[in-house]
Write a protein that binds this ligand. Structure first.
Ligand code: T1G
Ligand code: NAD
Length: 705
């Protein structure tokens, strides 16, 4: 059944059992058409006297992935059944209804199953209520039926995390009655026949009360959850709304509680946060599609990998390959440095085992896939080699010339450079078509983003391969063209430059960091710079000055700190100071004095700067740079930029990423601020032509695609 065929529900009779199969690829999302078809088939089966019970299942690899998110906010034909109506109709059915959960049962999909009288799952099923990840709450009874079925706290934990759990976990929680590793449909039909033959009163989830009692005995339960999730999901509104809905179920009748849930759901559906998170949902799926490379372009099989350099990044990159089951050789200049790097890898794995997130056996299996070497010959049979040596062209040249000599033809030669010119690096080889950037983010074994940088000569199959490899490594691959700093760091330069300028004008590092933290980033620019190292960004500035892009008077304070060897956490002091072994920033009067002196030296009268101005001053130039990047075709879509910033730089997902956020603010507002900054600071902050055009046309960046 192709994606374009009308969603339908097949009704097949298996003896006295009606098997209803929802079919709407790829994930049987509950569109209006599919819901309408299900309600009709349900009516048909219930009216058929020859039918004694029903089984509901999904076609393909999914059961039901929930409501069709594409239909949110769209006009609703009167009389069309909601998912809540369907769950109610299933539950109220006079004949037993068994859910055969063959794959993903998410959101409305699980809510349908909760309406059924029994649930069987296949071992590969994944089950949950991820609505909070879309900034909404379950809106078809999930906040009412799940607590009644499994208890209030397990239900809250599942709803608030939004995680999909495996079938065995769903069985342990009591969501499903059994996990069937054989023929799921046959087992479900047998269960339906048994329930019909048994003739006992059907187990209707909404009527279950006993599990609510435990929560009623804990008056502080919800306050505790609110407090905990205010911290764990800082800035996010949906988790608090979900707690409100579940709590309502303890004091209201089921019917009234369902109405309350619906009201909360509707409120969330129109919220800016939900619109932002829905944008992120689809943007995350769009990034994988490279407009000018057909999905049919063959990818190069990656069965063996190599990494050059086992420093901060090299070790983490090697772990990604091992985590994906791909053997990897890591090359260093000498054994001592190699052993030191591999020891850090082993320590990182041991830490994950200690947290119970990895078994000892699995750690050993992964470590066994990582082999250290000091000889390029051990990289010769790699299908891809990722270089992660010092950020200097000389070091890159040496490595790529060696790789070009040794590594087999057809292999991919990738660089993890964060700023250098991929085309220049490719030119060090006789096979520039095999060279590409694969920019991981630190810590490379943790951060989800992989900025893949396509050189002028990178072959389509090389691009297609690294984009697919990102998924294999559990990363989100975003494609960037070649420019200084690619998508992420180029925008970071614009943001950090203004953050540093604010220090001279009157702000202190903690003022800027607090404003950006309150906006939703996990950390502000100065605490982040202390984490990544002031010497790294200083070296990039020196290169820019050498390339004639300077001077950078805004960085007077940062340069003075580097001169005093205050490089950040790694030297115990940077913009803040740090106690030994502690990453908590401590205010340092020496820095404040240095900042006041720098203002005086620049002849700047310091002034009080409000948090709102700090946010505008830091983020609007970042958006402006994003508009230039889009205009130059460095990024294919505004959504790609949003995904880079959310997954690589901590931009809060519930704000949708910088480009989406600018659209919510209104590009006219962003333009107005940029024009004022341009008037004060000159062409450095000249509004991007694309920003000017879209603002004038009353459009957003989302209107481009
Ligand atoms: N609606 C519309 N399209 C969807 C969709 C959905 N619910 N789920 C997936 N797709 C599309 C997706 O955009 C992609 O399209 C293709 O399917 C494959 O997805 C009343 C109101 C199910 C775990 O939040 O988490 O129910 O890019 O690449 O990696 O309370 O998709 O090919 O054109 O992600 O195998 C709650 C969302 C909705 C689940 C499969 N449900 N989906 O992952 O494939 S709200 C969710 C997922 C709700 C009720 C409320 C994942 C997946 P394209 P994919 P995957
Ligand atoms: P690092 O200094 O921690 O490690 C570099 C390693 O490369 C060192 O162990 C060094 O011994 C080794 N090396 C140098 N020349 C070599 C050669 N010719 N052959 C083999 N090994 C050699 O540096 P890092 O932070 O891991 O950065 C590596 C690359 O990754 C740089 O291009 C950097 O810009 C990029 N990067 C860094 C970060 C970060 O946050 N640190 C993030 C993204 C990308």
């Amino acid at each position: 059944m192709s994606k374009d065929e009308i969603p339908r529900v097949d009704l097949e009779r298996r003896g006295k059992i009606a098997l209803l199969t929802l079919a709407s690829p790829p994930v049987n999302a509950l569109s209006i058409a599919l819901r309408t078809a299900l309600m009709a088939r349900l009516g048909e089966a219930l009216a058929d006297r020859a039918i004694s019970a029903l089984v509901v299942t999904g076609a393909g690899s999914a059961f039901v992935a929930g409501a069709d998110i594409r239909e949110f906010g769209k006009p609703y034909p009167p009389g069309a059944p909601t998912t809540a109506d369907l769950a109610q109709a299933l539950e109220a059915a006079p004949k037993p209804v068994v859910a055969a959960i063959n794959g993903v049962a998410a959101g409305g999909g699980l809510e349908l199953a909760l309406g059924c009288h029994a649930r069987l799952a296949a071992p590969k099923a994944r089950i949950g209520l991820p609505e909070v990840k879309l900034g909404i709450v379950p809106g078809a009874g999930g906040t009412q039926r799940l607590p009644r079925l499994i208890g209030v706290e397990p239900a809250l934990d599942l709803i608030l995390s939004g995680e999909l759990v495996r079938a065995e976990k769903a069985l342990a929680l009591g969501i499903v009655d059994a996990v069937e590793s054989g023929d799921l449909i046959a087992a479900a039909v047998a269960m339906a026949e048994h329930l019909a033959a048994e003739g006992k009163p059907l187990r209707r989830t909404s009527a279950l009360e006993d599990r609510l009692a435990a929560a009623r005995a804990k008056p502080d339960l919800f306050a505790a959850y609110r407090k905990d999730w205010t911290r764990r999901a800082r800035g996010q509104e949906a988790p608090q709304a979900a707690i409100e809905a579940v709590e309502a179920g303890l004091s209201l009748s089921f019917t009234d509680a369902m109405a309350r849930e619906r009201a909360i759901f509707e409120r969330r559906l129109t919220s800016p946060q939900s619109k932002a998170l829905r944008h992120v949902f689809f943007a995350e799926r769009e990034v994988a599609k490279v407009p000018d490379i057909a999905p049919s372009v063959a990818t190069i099989p990656i069965r063996r990998a190599g990494v050059v350099g086992c420093g901060t990044m090299g070790g983490g990159i090697a772990m990604n390959f091992a985590n994906a089951g791909i053997p990897v050789s890591v090359l260093e200049t000498d054994r001592a440095i190699l052993e030191k790097g591999l020891a850090i890898v082993a320590k990182n794995y041991a830490a994950t085992v200690a947290k119970g997130r990895l078994s000892q056996a699995e750690m050993e299996k992964r470590l066994a896939l990582i082999e250290g070497t000091v000889s390029y010959d051990d990289l010769a049979q790699s299908d891809i080699v990722v270089e992660a040596v010092f950020e200097e062209m000389g070091a890159k040249k040496k490595v790529f010339e060696a790789l070009d000599r040794v590594v087999k033809p057809g292999a991919i030669l990738a660089t993890n450079t964060s700023t250098l010119d991929i085309d220049a690096i490719a030119a060090f080889t006789k096979r520039p078509e095999s060279v590409i950037g694969t920019h991981f983010f630190s810590p490379a074994n943790v951060m989800r983003l992989m900025e893949n940088v396509r050189g002028k000569r990178s072959a389509p199959e090389v691009v297609a391969t690294v984009m697919a490899l990102s998924k294999t490594l559990g990363k989100i691959g975003v494609l960037s063209g070649v420019c200084d700093g690619f998508i992420g760091n180029r925008m970071l330069y614009a943001y950090w430059r203004q953050a540093n300028a604010l220090l001279l004008e009157g702000a202190l590092p903690q003022d800027v960091d607090q404003a950006i933290y309150a906006f939703g980033f996990p950390m502000g620019p100065f605490a982040t710079n202390d984490l990544t190292g002031l010497d790294i960004s200083w070296r990039v500035r020196q290169r820019h000055i050498a390339e004639g892009k300077g001077p950078f008077p805004e960085y007077a304070v940062a340069d003075a700190l580097v001169a005093r060897q205050r490089l950040g956490q790694k030297t115990g002091a940077g913009f803040y100071k740090y106690a030994a072994g502690d990453r908590t920033p401590i205010l340092d009067p020496e820095v404040e004095e240095l900042i006041r002196d720098a203002s005086a030296a620049a002849g700047i009268q310091r002034r009080k700067i409000a948090p709102e101005e700090i946010v505008e001053r830091c983020l609007y130039p970042l958006v402006n740079e994003g508009a230039k990047i889009l205009d130059e075709g460095i990024a294919a879509r505004a959504g790609d930029i949003d995904i880079v910033w959310i997954n690589g730089y901590g931009f809060p997902a519930y704000r949708g990423g910088p480009m989406f956020y600018a659209g919510q603010i209104g590009l006219a507002t962003v333009l107005r601020v940029m024009e004022a900054l341009h008037a004060r600071f000159g062409d450095l902050l000249k509004p991007a032509p694309l920003l000017v055009r879209l603002a004038r046309e009353g459009k957003g960046f989302g209107d481009l695609s």
